[in-house]
Design a binder for this molecule. Structure first.
Ligand code: ADP
Length: 185
């Protein structure tokens, strides 16, 4: 069977749940024997985008680099999961237009909730002025207007958010529906 590549692009505020959902999806897709690669923004910034800062220009460059690599992989049949804040609508839309099978997943949680979670302690540092231009605090986040999937992580469990994405991939025939009860001959 020909493998169908895709780019599952998870965008959202820091602490909204991108990495958590991405890792769960990676696991679920690997279980189904899919070729999967996870491009996590935090990790990309320690290698491919090392040295880039958080100005608008640097953020755009970072997102475009991730999009470039995602495209190389997806066109060769890999299911690429991107977990990156990717705050600018225009750049996300540009990647959607220049790639195939781009699926935008908006990992949606209000900034108040993300700040309360403060998984990496970054919001506290931003509030204390130790980090400047932090998305959602003193730098913009442009919400997707037409995301293919929205995961409301304040209302859904991690499992529910993952299941939502998997269901959409099944609906679009990227993966086949898992049989509920495996029949043993
Ligand atoms: P991000 O990658 O967006 O910065 P993380 O995945 O690192 O965010 O952290 C998100 C936090 O939110 C985790 O502690 C996770 O357990 C929690 N969380 C609660 N509900 C959900 C959900 N439905 N999906 C994803 N994360 C959730």
């Amino acid at each position: 069977m020909e493998r169908k590549g895709l780019i599952l692009w998870l965008t959202g505020l820091s602490g909204s749940g991108k990495t958590t959902i991405a890792k769960g999806l990676e696991c679920e897709l690997k279980e189904r024997c899919c070729l999967v690669e996870l491009l996590d923004g935090d990790i990309i910034r320690t290698n491919l985008s090392k040295g880039l800062g958080f100005s608008r220009e640097d953020r755009e460059t970072n997102i475009r680099r991730i999009g470039f690599v995602a495209n190389l992989l997806s066109r060769n049949g890999v299911m690429v999961i991107v977990a990156a804040i990717s705050p600018y609508r225009t750049v996300r839309d540009e990647i959607r237009k220049t790639t195939t099978n781009f699926i935008e997943v908006y990992v949606n949680a209000p900034v108040t909730v993300c700040e309360a979670r403060d998984v990496k302690g970054l919001y506290a540092m931003a509030r204390a002025g130790k980090i400047k231009a932090f998305t959602g605090i003193d730098d913009p986040y442009e919400e997707p207007l037409n995301a293919d999937i929205v995961c409301y992580t304040t209302q859904e469990s991690v499992e529910e958010s993952i299941a939502k994405v998997i269901a959409e991939l099944e609906r679009q025939h990227f993966i086949s529906t898992k049989p509920k009860n495996k029949m043993i001959d």
